[in-house]
Design a protein around this ligand. Structure first.
Ligand SMILES: [Zn+2]
Length: 406
């Protein structure tokens, strides 16, 4: 929230500066009216200063068992933070950071597990928060890996660690409640999430998981946009075809429908590979003719999946501006990432690195964990992601050398 606080302070300073400038316009002391009718000279009316904020989104936290095992400390304890340590500065540098929790936090009643039924130690929630994520979406095909018990345990755990979440519901009331978060002191965002399915596990209750529904989604978006104080509506859609590099017709349909209903930001995932990010000018049902930010698939942020495209991910940066009561997506950019497998004392480890930074570190011999083979892989990931993710000419790579603060 640092950047937004800075903007707030800047605004306050400017207001104070204006107030300080007014004495020259004050009436001379000799004409001071009697105290009972005293009026303070009104400073010229000023528009509130624009507020800017940067939202960061990453794709799947697909917690395969090797990632869990590599994060175990002596005894039944875990530290997952090293998985994300190299990218922490970008995550924490954003005003608000979102990830897709593609696992469950079902607890010790079941063994720790990766594919096909994910169960990650509940400490993961604390480390996701510590690394800088402010909210997670949890409507995906693994939401019901441990049926209703796992769904409830996961939500209870996220609550216990203080991470806002959306997409799964413990009660019918929770299904109706829309998550609204502060991305900056004066910018509120509604965050919705939906999935195409739950890997064939029947819904325990009709309201347990938010499913893709061409009627329900626009209705929810319209309701979210009408909530008092909501400036932005972001929609996470878990959809598409696994490993497909181009969006399907169904993805296109849901993106169009969501934008026209009033969504400002679409965060797609599920294919486990990156699909294009773009901006679109859309007029919605509220008559707002605005630029929107879309990514069809964020790819894997962390996983044990191999092959070039599945090891590649990105941090999507969506810059928004609130001015004269209207909040708009100003620009969309991205930082390519890669899951780097390495060994410490014979034990396999993993970490997410920012591709550009890792390449520079290797060239400067500043990162002893990177090998010549890693460097070749980084170059391949860079060459692909920088093209693959740029779905419209204005969507650019955000160089890691540039400061994250707006
Ligand atoms: Zn999925």
């Amino acid at each position: 929230m640092r950047a937004s606080v800075r903007w707030l302070l800047l605004g306050l300073c400017l207001v104070l500066a204006t107030a300080c400038a007014t004495p020259s316009q004050a009436p001379p002391a000799i004409s001071t009216p009697p105290a009972d009718t005293a009026t303070t000279p009104t400073p010229p009316k000023e528009e509130p200063k624009p507020v800017k904020a940067r939202i960061l989104a990453v794709g799947d936290l697909l917690m395969h068992l090797p990632l869990v095992n590599s994060s175990q400390l002596p005894g039944e304890q875990w530290d997952f933070k090293p998985l994300f340590e190299p990218v922490r500065p970008w995550i924490q540098g954003a005003d608000f950071a979102i990830a897709n929790l593609e696992t469950t936090l079902t607890g010790r009643a079941y063994p720790w597990s990766g594919y096909p039924s994910f169960n990650t130690p509940q400490e993961f929630a604390g480390d996701v928060k510590a690394i800088g994520f402010d909210a997670v979406t949890h409507a995906n095909n693994h939401s019901l890996d441990y049926a209703e018990y796992g769904l409830i345990e996961t939500s209870n755990t996220l609550d216990r660690y203080g991470i806002p979440h959306t997409g799964t519901n413990r009660t019918p009331e929770e299904r109706e409640k829309i998550l609204v978060v502060d991305v900056a002191p004066s910018i509120k965002m509604a965050l919705l999430a939906y999935t195409y399915g739950t890997n064939g596990v029947p819904l325990p209750q009709p309201w347990s998981v938010n499913m893709l529904d061409p009627e329900r989604i626009p209705a929810d978006i319209r309701r979210a946009r009408s909530l008092p104080g909501v400036d932005l509506v972001a929609v996470a859609l878990h959809f598409g075809i696994e490993y497909a590099r181009q969006p399907s017709e169904e993805q296109e349909m849901y993106v169009k429908l969501s934008l026209e209903a009033g969504a400002d930001i679409i965060l797609g995932d599920h294919p486990h590979v990156i699909q294009r990010a773009e901006t679109r000018q859309v007029t919605d049902t509220f008559g707002r003719d605005l630029r929107r930010g879309v990514i069809f698939s964020l790819g894997n942020f962390i996983s044990n999946q191999e092959t070039l495209y599945r090891e590649a991910g990105l941090m999507l940066l969506i810059d928004v501006k609130k001015e004269k009561g209207q909040t708009t997506v100003e620009s969309v950019s991205f930082v390519p990432t890669w899951v780097h497998p390495y060994k410490v004392g014979g034990a396999k480890k993993f970490r997410v690195v920012a591709v550009e930074k890792a390449m520079k570190d290797y060239e400067a011999k500043a990162d002893p964990l990177l090998t010549a083979a890693d460097y070749e892989r980084l170059k391949d990931v860079w060459a692909d992601t920088t093209v693959q993710a740029s779905g419209s000419p204005d969507v650019k790579v955000w160089s890691v050398g540039r400061p994250m603060k707006l």
